[in-house]
Design a protein around this ligand. Structure first.
Ligand SMILES: [Fe+2]
Length: 347
């Protein structure tokens, strides 16, 4: 019975408002044996109601995500079906995003509407999609991205001890996941803005206090990173800090210590669960990625900045100053009346 009555509404928002499924669209939903069956069925049902042609592909759950899943996936048949899809909704637990299947499908199709909704549960779908005013959220996110992108110098602090300063890079764009589907590219759960500042300008303390994925998940103790010129030069804390250091050392790759991006979380329904897709969208949180930098984040560098892997850590209740003017105070908008009003209406 978990949200049996409400789940259809969330499926409708996803299928009609976000993915804009139309009469006759071939919609492939992928899932693995750990995916939530109610989520898949509710979505397939909404696709059918919208006049689309749903097709669900379940595979055995691989022991890894992205390219680490390659050997365990039915590459030819999965890519074969997905290349022909108009819409691809990914509900896999061990995600296909950035796997060879994903690369082949995106390469073959300029206008596929793909959305990554990995590890989705009924509860998460109702909170982060069904109950969210998506058009209003899109307006809010775009305005936040504009004021942040216009700033030259940014400072971020958190109650847990983060205190970082950095400069924005004039050639790098803000990537806004607002619920407007991007054809031929990866669209994500709405409620996030990511960008890469001038890496060499990032200095200070970075304290992860929410979760760190991989290699840990929810954090019982904070992990404190000393950042010099965009690089983690010291990692301190308890058991988890040691686990993180061991994980990083294993790659023997200097680029794994480099910050890759910062992100704002702004999905009004997101909660800290240890699922990174949700954690990185907690309202007023910031997230920092370390390791591989995708080419979308650094368009001036062909092929991005490669590293062996990538991880993301969460800093809750962030305060943010844009050229000295405060935008966020412990996770709440201040000083920007239009944004404050939208925040009140959204939450
Ligand atoms: Fe990341």
């Amino acid at each position: 019975m978990a949200y049996d009555f409400e789940l259809g509404k969330s499926g409708r928002t996803l299928v009609r408002d976000i993915l804009e499924v139309e009469e006759g669209d071939n919609v492939v939903i992928t899932a693995d044996t750990n995916s939530n069956e109610d989520v898949v069925k509710a979505t397939a049902s909404e696709v059918f109601t919208a006049g689309g042609k749903p097709m669900v592909i379940w595979n055995a759950t691989p022991e890894g995500v992205g390219k680490a899943a390659d050997d365990m996936l039915p590459l030819k048949t999965l890519a074969g079906a997905l290349k022909e899809a108009d819409v691809w909704i990914e509900f896999n637990e061990q995600w296909l995003l950035y796997s060879t299947v994903y690369d082949k499908v995106i390469e073959a199709s300029d206008d596929i509407r793909y959305i990554c909704l990995v590890e989705m549960t009924p509860d998460m779908m109702v909170r982060t999609i069904g109950r969210v005013d998506m058009p209003k959220l899109a307006i809010f996110l775009k305005k936040v991205a504009i004021v942040t992108g216009e700033a030259k110098k940014i400072r971020v602090t958190t109650p847990a001890g983060t205190d970082l300063e950095f400069e924005n890079h004039p050639e790098r764009h803000m990537i806004v996941h607002s619920g407007d589907i991007m054809r031929g590219k990866a669209s994500m759960l709405p409620g996030q803005i990511s960008w890469s500042p001038k890496f060499e300008s990032i200095n200070g303390k970075l304290v992860f206090d929410g979760s760190l994925v991989p290699p840990i998940g929810l954090l019982d103790n904070p992990i404190e990173l000393t950042i010099e010129k965009g690089k983690a030069v010291k990692i301190e804390g308890g058991r988890e800090a040691q686990e993180f250091k061991n994980w990083l050392e294993k790659f023997d790759d200097e680029n794994m210590y480099r910050l890759a991006h910062i992100s704002y979380g702004f999905n009004p329904g997101a909660k800290l669960t240890g699922k990174i897709v949700e954690d990185e969208r907690i309202w007023g949180g910031t997230e920092w990625g370390l390791g591989n930098v995708g080419s979308k984040l650094v368009p001036e560098q062909e092929g991005g900045i490669p590293a062996s892997s990538h991880c993301d850590g969460i800093c809750s209740s962030s305060s943010v100053w844009l050229d000295g003017k405060q935008l966020l105070d412990e996770g709440k908008i201040v000083n920007f009346p239009e944004l404050e009003k939208l925040e009140k209406e959204l939450r």
